[in-house]
Design a protein around this ligand. Structure first.
Ligand code: GDP
Ligand code: CA
Length: 319
């Protein structure tokens, strides 16, 4: 079966997006809709400043994945990357636990320069994505400061990247907060994309630290809840575990069920349907009891074909 067989005219699709899982979901959706009218509202809670540079990891993961330029070995950064700048930085004892490849640095240089000129992140994101010709519109959830922090068992609070990269998410947490969220405004186009969407998709991203920051921007949760009948979520938890990353441990440590049922409870106020993996078919009744319609399908997007099939499932399950 050719990948472009069975294209649907699905209208406008708006996707709530974190990093890797969302990027694959977007790539799958792009294969099955014609014309592609896909907007992703992307998490910026992971954004950080290093070496004076503004880094937007989830925006970049979505950009590079959709450009076909993601590094397949790491799942982040650019394919064919070199590390000369990092090696040179080591000479000075500079900060190197967050790896920035030579080509990737250009993205951060450009973004930081434009921010310095006063351009909003949404405008800069449009410029960067246009240069890669993605066929998908990426909008940061907000142009304002929104910074995810994590509280550890000793009561200390650290930045998300300190937890995720420096500590390799290997320590238990007691809380997550989104600094600045209360004063953040949705970026231009965000509320319109939610209001206009034929289908809203909550991508299989970390519910706590990828989707959580989006929902913390005043107005977003309400805008999605208002479109609940047209919203479908895909579970990032499969067989009681995350495919990668700390989503499963974070859910447990913050008191949620580590299963599709836990995901169902989080998303039931927002989405009419939850796509759960076939391995979780036995939990479909519990998902339904949590107030969200279960849709059982293969959800591991290990190939573009599988991502496309999941994209089709997502678009068809509300029709
Ligand atoms: P980030 O890349 O670290 O920003 O992470 P995301 O916010 O994308 O979340 C990672 C989550 O995505 C993990 O819980 C994974 O289980 C989930 N995920 C990644 N790839 C897939 C996939 O192909 N299918 C599903 N269902 N979940 C996925
Ligand atoms: Ca992320």
């Amino acid at each position: 079966m050719g990948l472009t067989v069975g294209l649907t005219s699905a209208g406008v699709i708006t996707v709530l997006a974190g990093g890797v899982g969302a990027a694959r979901m977007l790539a799958g959706l792009r294969l099955v809709v014609e014309p592609p009218a896909i907007t992703a509202i992307v998490n910026v809670g992971d954004d950080t400043t290093l070496h004076g540079l503004h880094i937007s990891p989830d925006l970049d993961t979505c950009t590079y994945t959709l450009a076909g330029a993601i590094n397949p070995e790491t799942g982040w950064g650019l394919v064919g990357e070199t590390w000369n700048a990092m090696a040179a930085l080591e000479r000075y004892g500079g900060l190197t636990w967050f790896r920035l490849g030579d080509k990737d640095l250009a993205t951060h240089l450009y973004r930081t320069h434009r921010l310095g000129e006063g351009a909003p992140l949404s405008q800069i994101t449009a410029e960067i994505t246009a240069a890669w010709d993605l066929g998908v519109r990426l909008i940061p959830a907000t142009d304002d400061r929104l910074s995810t922090t994590v509280t550890l068992t000793d009561g200390s609070t650290i930045s998300f990247q300190d937890y995720f990269v420096r500590l390799q998410h290997g320590v238990p947490i007691t809380g997550v907060a989104f600094d600045g969220a209360a004063d953040a405004r949705p970026a231009p186009g965000v509320l319109e994309a939610l209001a206009e969407a034929e289908t809203i998709v909550i991508a299989p991203s970390n519910p706590i630290v990828s989707i959580g920051p989006l929902l913390a921007v005043p107005g977003l949760r309400e805008a999605i809840a208002a479109r609940r009948a047209r919203t479908v979520a895909v579970s990032p938890i499969i067989g009681g575990a995350a495919l990668k990353g700390p989503a499963d441990r974070m859910l447990r440590e913050l008191g949620h069920d580590v299963s599709v049922v836990g995901v169902a409870k989080l998303y039931a106020p927002l989405a009419a349907a939850l796509v759960i993996d076939e391995v979780d078919a036995g939990l479909a009744d519990e998902v339904a009891a949590a107030g969200i319609r279960p849709v059982v399908a293969p959800t591991v997007m290990s190939t573009p074909e599988r991502a496309a099939a999941l994209g089709r499932t997502v678009l068809e399950c509300l029709s």
